[in-house]
Ligand binder design. Structure first.
Ligand code: NDP
Length: 260
């Protein structure tokens, strides 16, 4: 199947690690020009080296800083054709805390991260998306939106709100811009690597730790996902090949959801 990315321009926020990096790699392989951002310059430099493409732009930008996001959009417009075909809102991370140990400030920080990592890039890139004849937004969201976990209370609540936001935008931006989301289960990326490194029993191997995690979570496919697995779904949903799909969510979780 031809996805239709040749000569198209894509932006992946949080493209310096994990799912975002895998998405950028696949988009480049499909012939797109790809701009990524992240906050840490060293991580961006490593990603630039790893991806090694002259169709890549890697810039430092915190997606929660409106001025930086506007500057990133301006740089992408100058570097590309002025139009944007795909915006992947991927930057972020989850917060592990129950209601009892989540402060008001934690709530504000988490709602800020989840909502404004969508709102600010969408606002900044919307004029460029309007110039594309096949514009799409893919929001990277979590299964927590539908299946909240008490140990991630504010992340779960925020994820549900983001699902609502993206569904609204699929209507408001139609028919010019398609808006879809993916719902992640557990994917072996930067944030899980950091949790593995912080494990209590330092003698436990990576395979044993991740294997136990998959078992504890009851993942039917018996393992965490690899970053390339959600990346393939993002690349499809964002492509001209998905031209009649908008307002949809695709679950990438190894089958861990329990709702119908
Ligand atoms: P990684 O930690 O590997 O990657 C996160 C990326 O986002 C990094 O490039 C990071 O770079 C960037 N980032 C984080 N905050 C910001 C910010 N404020 N501005 C710009 N860039 C930022 O994690 P994943 O690949 O797992 O995460 C990708 C997305 O998937 C996240 O939104 C995460 O919440 C979501 N998700 C992941 C799950 C999983 O199991 N892996 C489960 C559910 C959701 P830097 O730190 O340098 O800014």
């Amino acid at each position: 199947m031809e996805l239709g990315y040749a000569n198209r321009v894509a932006v992946v926020t949080g493209g310096s690690s994990g799912i975002g990096l895998a998405t950028a790699r696949l988009l480049l392989a499909e012939g797109a020009r790809v701009a990524i951002c992240g906050r840490d310059q060293a991580r961006l430099d490593a990603a630039r080296k790893e991806l090694g493409s002259d169709r890549l732009l890697a810039l430092r930008c915190d997606v929660l800083d409106a001025t930086e996001v506007a500057g990133f959009a301006h740089a992408v417009a100058e570097w590309g054709s002025g139009a944007l075909d795909l915006l992947v809102n991927n930057a972020g991370q989850g917060r592990v805390s129950t209601f009892a140990d989540t402060t008001d400030q934690d709530w504000k920080d988490e709602l800020d991260l989840k909502f404004f990592s969508q709102v600010l890039p969408i606002r900044a890139f919307k004029p460029m998306l309007d110039k594309s004849d096949a514009a799409a937004i893919v929001g990277v969201n979590s299964l927590l939106a539908y299946q909240p976990e008490r140990h991630m209370v504010c992340t779960s609540a925020a994820r549900a709100g983001v699902q609502s936001l993206l569904k609204s935008l699929a209507t408001e931006f139609a028919p010019r811009i398609r808006v879809n989301s993916i719902l992640l289960g557990l994917v072996d990326s930067g944030q899980w690597q950091r949790r593995f490194e912080a494990r209590a029993d330092k003698a436990e191997t990576r395979d044993a730790w991740f294997g136990r995690l998959a078992q504890d979570k009851g993942i039917p496919l018996g393992r965490l996902g690899q970053p390339e697995e959600p990346a393939r779904a993002i690349v499809f949903l964002g492509s001209p090949a998905a031209s009649y799909i908008t307002g949809a969510s695709l679950e990438i979780s190894g089958g861990v959801s329990r709702h119908i």
